[in-house]
Design a protein around this ligand. Structure first.
Ligand SMILES: O=c1ccn([C@@H]2O[C@H](COP(=O)(O)O)[C@@H](O)[C@H]2O)c(=O)[nH]1
Length: 224
């Protein structure tokens, strides 16, 4: 069975992205490419990364009016990433149109509450209540809009999976026990996230900043 770990390749530099993928490709289940990579390298860069023969997760977190998001998704035609993100806060019509525009092999998943936010950050942006309540609301919206799943933290994934047993749950911001949090605020360990119902885990800096990224990936895998 392939690893649930998708390594976040957070760099605009194609050569560095290829070097990281080359080092870890035998011990991860997929490659996650974000906005900084896509803005710098576009379709060509994604095609280069597809040569590692691993599923590609395009984490573009699209969030705009429905027409614009649908056209952006259509513009990915030919790439057919395994996973594509949009922001649930874009609303029902945007989510429906994003899903309709995606290829049949692409799981479209909605980002609920970024793992870098805590309850106090939510208050700052006018969202009352706790992160868990907001995740529950947006997960329900994503499900009823026909999406494949959501992105949430390991703190909410068990609750979300209970409500949506066949949903696809992406959990980023995981940290090995004692690992540096950086800007992440709602982090659990990779093992906890999987035990609570994550379908895949996104791991960035704990692998990419390690002296030996392949060893770091293998050590995380060994805890699962
Ligand atoms: O809520 C979210 C959504 C996406 N991400 C992305 O995951 C990785 C995490 O990187 P780390 O270095 O392991 O913190 C990164 O690419 C984010 O853009 C997230 O962290 N939280």
């Amino acid at each position: 069975m392939s690893s649930p770990i998708y390594v976040a390749i957070d760099t605009p530099d194609l050569a560095k992205a290829q070097e990281l993928a080359q080092r870890v490709h035998n011990h991860v289940g997929g490659l996650k490419l974000g906005l900084e990579f896509f803005c710098a390298n576009g379709h060509h860069g994604v095609r280069e990364m597809m040569k590692f023969d691993l599923p590609i997760f395009l984490d573009l977190k699209l969030h705009d009016i429905p027409n614009t998001v649908a056209k952006a998704v259509q513009s990915l035609n030919g790439l057919e990433p395994a996973v594509l993100t949009v922001h649930a806060a874009g609303g029902r019509a945007m989510l429906e149109d994003a899903k309709a525009a995606a290829g049949i092999h692409t799981k479209v998943v909605a980002v609920t509450v970024l793992t870098s936010l805590d309850n106090s950050d939510l208050t700052d942006i006018g969202v009352g209540g706790k992160a868990e309540d907001q995740v529950a609301r947006l997960a329900d919206l994503a499900r009823s809009a026909g999406l494949d799943g959501i992105v949430c933290s390991g703190e909410e994934v068990a609750m979300a999976k209970r409500a949506w047993p066949d949903g696809f749950f992406v959990v980023p911001g995981v940290r090995p026990a004692g690992g540096a949090m950086g800007d992440q605020k709602r982090a659990v360990t990779p093992r906890e996230a999987l035990d609570r119902g994550a379908s895949i885990l996104v791991v960035g800096r704990p692998i990419s900043l390690a002296d030996d990224p392949d060893l770091a990936a293998r050590e995380i895998e060994a805890t699962l």
